[in-house]
Design a protein around this ligand. Structure first.
Ligand SMILES: O=P(O)(O)O[C@@H]1C[C@H](O)[C@@H](CO)O1
Ligand SMILES: Nc1nc2[nH]cnc2c(=O)[nH]1
Length: 293
């Protein structure tokens, strides 16, 4: 009934991958972290590391993008067991959407309850500046409008329901926790909240596309995160996501600005340390029983 490419990985495939990982580490993570472009330093914060190269993990795709190392790092953050993707997969790398989101189901099977995602994004909101950190409050799934959703294909109820709700995709308490911690750390001047819009990439947006996305209510645009969030929510994990605004999109035909990946990586370096501090503090305030301290 479904074409072969839409079948994704079975529950048993995912279990085989998670069992393979669990057999090689004693760490039992309850927090999973995904590092965006140029933000892989987050993984380096983990202590007592057990590291797997993606190429060695059964069923895992390979990272092909500069700024995404391609390592799954288990470790502890101030004593809290975590697993961190140092490099994620994007639609434009050519993988089926079910493959780029496979790690979320692996996270779930490893015991992860909360997923923290980061990304580099272009700022559409006219009040945003390069270096702002945006706590994502909602998303617009542009590829999803055309049917490119990671849950397309047969639904296995052991993962989640056929028609998952997305109006609560971004956990409100975790959003507030991230904002509160940002304020405590003195990030008030560059801490924002907003809507993230995903496009397929890899080409950056035209001026007309940026104008329309802005009119649609998006504050930032990128090429990731949303697919992972959908799969994470489908299998019941809580989600908080942060965009680092690495460039302001071009909305004016007189502008000479041109988006490019090297500038994105360069800009992510400016705020990487502060973003890492924000994420690590969020992790330490999440209790295993899902309460916040
Ligand atoms: O993985 P993220 O979303 O951080 O990567 C962004 C989107 C593209 O992959 C790349 C463009 O520079 O950065
Ligand atoms: N689509 C998109 N992704 C980005 N990632 C970082 N900056 C951008 C951008 O301007 N557009």
């Amino acid at each position: 009934m479904f074409p072969e490419t839409n079948k994704g990985f079975s529950y048993e495939d995912c279990k085989a991958t998670s069992d393979w990982l669990l057999a090689q580490t004693d760490i039992r993570p309850n927090v999973g972290i995904v590092c965006g472009s140029g933000l892989g330093g987050l993984a380096d914060m983990l202590k007592d590391q057990v590291v797997f190269n993606y190429k060695d993990i059964p069923n895992f795709p390979q990272s092909t993008v500069h700024g995404h190392a391609g390592r799954l790092v288990f470790g502890t953050l101030k004593g809290r067991p975590c697993v961190c993707m140092q490099g994620r997969f994007h639609l434009y790398e050519g993988y089926p959407i079910q493959k780029i989101t496979l790690p979320m189901r692996i996270f779930k099977m490893l015991g992860v309850e909360t997923v923290i995602l980061t990304n580099a994004a272009g700022g559409l909101n006219q009040d945003f500046k390069v270096g702002d950190i945006m706590v994502i409050k909602d998303h617009i799934n542009m590829p999803g409008f055309a049917g490119n959703n990671p849950l397309v294909g047969p639904n296995d109820e052991r993962f989640g329901v056929r028609f998952p709700c997305m109006s609560d995709a971004y956990d409100r308490e975790l959003q507030q926790l991230a904002v509160d911690i940002g304020q405590e750390l003195g990030y008030g001047d560059f801490l924002k909240e907003g809507v993230y819009c995903v496009l397929g990439g890899p080409s950056f947006e035209t001026i007309a596309e940026c104008r329309i996305l802005h009119k649609l209510g998006a504050d930032a645009v990128g090429m990731s995160t949303v697919h992972e969030v959908i799969v994470a929510r489908h299998c019941g994990m809580r989600v908080v996501a942060l965009s680092l605004i690495t460039n302001l999109v071009v909305m004016d035909y007189d502008s000479q600005e041109k988006a490019n990946h090297e500038d994105v990586l360069q800009a992510s370096k400016l705020r990487a340390g502060q973003l890492e501090r924000l994420v690590s503090t969020v992790v330490t305030r999440i209790e295993p029983n899902n309460n916040y301290i």
